[in-house]
Ligand binder design. Structure first.
Ligand SMILES: [Zn+2]
Length: 154
């Protein structure tokens, strides 16, 4: 069964807004949440600014990302909040690139755990989500994408 990456409606709105604001450049950051039987469920997303981002390139600042992650996980009382993976935008209607797939695989191997990647691609009808999961054996699985409560899977 294909697993699904789900986002809350609020997270989806936050990501689209961040993507639109950064145009014509890419932007991206971290996804936080928890895993369910159907796949990763994202309850928080954070922008990790990349001042050198271009229309075709976004690189996550590892130190800044680590700082945000630690602060958020420390502040969480639910104990349910964990690192899910990464997101970034493509100001073109193109999902994850070969480079994106390889980078996710490398992160999963280095971390010793699954990493989800969400790419927001911009088309004529606005942003759409494309998700994948990489595991520590560098196996890549395409995930369905769904926004909670809207029945919107695109
Ligand atoms: Zn990309």
């Amino acid at each position: 069964m294909t697993r699904t990456l789900t986002l809350t409606d609020t997270v989806w709105r936050t990501l689209r807004l961040a993507g639109t604001r950064a145009l014509p450049r890419e932007t991206g950051g971290l996804l936080l949440g928890y895993y369910t039987e159907i796949g990763p469920h994202v309850t928080e997303a954070h922008v990790v600014p990349d001042p050198r981002a271009t229309r075709i390139r976004y690189r996550r600042d590892v130190v800044a990302a680590e700082r945000i992650l630690r602060a958020r996980i420390r502040a969480d009382d639910s104990d349910a909040l964990g690192y899910i993976g990464e997101w970034h935008t493509h100001p073109l209607p193109i999902g994850p690139s070969t480079t994106d797939v390889h980078a996710s695989g490398r992160l999963a191997v280095a971390g010793g755990h699954d990493i989800a990647l969400l790419v927001l691609a911009l088309g004529t009808r606005g942003w759409s989500g494309h998700a994948l999961n990489a595991d520590p054996t560098e196996s890549i699985e395409t995930l369905k994408f769904s926004v909670e409560g809207t029945g919107n899977d695109g």
